[in-house]
Write a protein that binds this ligand. Structure first.
Ligand code: NAD
Ligand code: UDP
Length: 320
């Protein structure tokens, strides 16, 4: 627990979302002050309700596409809808959030001369032709497709981070996050883990897009947040980009079968058309994170799914 002298005041944009709320929890647990800025587009007050009595926590309802004037020691920039259903709902706003949001938060970091972390994504690799994906791979992204608002927005945000670093000497940390899951995911955000669990718990058909042979690597949220904190504490000379994700690779069909097994559900499998530009394979090469921050995810898929299923079970029963 950090004492008063060591305590930092930390801005978390997107702090009322799935990952952001877990990050706020961890920062408060170690004794820091947290300012959570969120426009509540996909996040929810429920995710941070338990923090409101904490004198070291503040919530600011704010859209990062507008400038923000605050005094903080560090910034984690997570604000951006992350599920395809949500980011495709208003694609222009998604690009604005990534690009204008990055410009505004980088401007804030520049004025404060403070360190800033960017929640980038494995989507910068698009539908990858290199497998597993290393940070040196430049990606295979469609610039005009339905995922482009997110993929290209995040790529442009990375460009801005590195230009602020080169041009203004800003202290940046760019993490490329691979599919992460856990409690507080939005039940209707359409992401595969939340979709399958909710469908299984409700006894509805499990919707597999395509034949379910596409792969993803799923990281449990606690492992990921540990990676954020370790990365943020590295020397200023280390900027990333750095992959953070669990290298365990599963087909979507395997995930569906695992969720049915763990929930004991009678749900059947229902096959639907594969959305366009849906990447066929995804798996992080995490050698850089292992070498630089001594980080390897510890939570195996089955253990993480059990915790996530317990969360959605309580949520659907109206207990959360
Ligand atoms: P999420 O949708 O739960 O959280 C995003 C948060 O940002 C929400 O609270 C939302 O209300 C807020 N937000 C959106 N637009 C905003 C705006 N204009 N101004 C202020 N707040 C805004 O998603 P998440 O899974 O927690 O993702 C958090 C970050 O991590 C995102 O930047 C996402 O791109 C990145 N990421 C997540 C994953 C993953 O698997 N979860 C993978 C790769 C990257
Ligand atoms: N997917 C699926 N059924 C669903 C939701 C998603 O088969 O109900 C598939 C989707 O087509 C993709 C994978 O699961 O191949 C992961 O989708 P998600 O939206 O979670 O993340 P992303 O595609 O951004 O990795």
């Amino acid at each position: 627990m950090r004492n008063y002298e060591a305590r930092k005041r930390i801005l978390v944009t997107g702090g009322a979302g799935f990952l952001g709320s877990h990050l706020c929890d961890r920062l408060l647990e170690r004794g820091d002050e947290v300012v959570c800025a969120d426009n509540l587009f996909t996040g929810s007050k429920r995710n941070i309700e338990h923090l409101h009595g904490n004198p070291r926590f503040e919530f600011v309802r704010h859209d990062v596409t507008f400038p923000l004037y605050l005094e903080v020691d560090e910034i984690y920039n997570l604000a951006c809808p992350a599920s395809p259903v949500h980011y495709q709902h208003d694609p222009v706003q998604t690009t604005k959030t990534s690009v204008h949001g990055a410009i505004n938060m980088l401007g804030l970091a520049k004025r404060l001369r403070c360190r800033i972390f960017q929640a980038s994504t494995s989507e910068v690799y698009g539908d990858p032709s290199v497998h597993p994906q290393t940070e040196g791979y430049w990606g295979n992204v469609n610039p005009i497709g339905i995922r482009s608002c997110y993929d290209e927005g995040k790529r442009c945000a990375e460009t801005l981070f590195f230009d602020y670093h080169r041009q203004h000497g800003l202290d940046i940390k760019v993490a490329r996050i691979f599919n992460t899951y856990g409690p507080r995911m939005h039940p209707n955000d359409g992401r595969v883990v939340s979709n399958f669990i909710v469908q299984a718990l409700q006894g509805n058909p499990i919707t597999i897009f395509g034949e379910g042979q596409q792969t993803r690597s799923f990281c449990y949220v606690d492992d990921l947040v540990e990676g954020f904190l370790r990365f943020m504490d590295t020397d200023a000379g280390f900027t990333g980009p750095m992959n953070l994700g669990n290298p365990g690779e599963f087909t979507i069909r395997q995930l569906a079968e695992k969720v049915i097994e763990l929930t004991g559900s009678k749900s059947t499998l229902e096959f639907k058309p594969l959305p366009s530009d849906d990447p066929l394979q995804r798996k992080p090469d995490i050698s850089l994170a292992q070498a630089k921050i001594n980080w390897t995810p510890e939570v195996q898929l089955e253990a993480g799914l059990k915790k996530t299923i317990a969360y959605f079970d309580s949520l659907l029963a109206g207990q959360i």
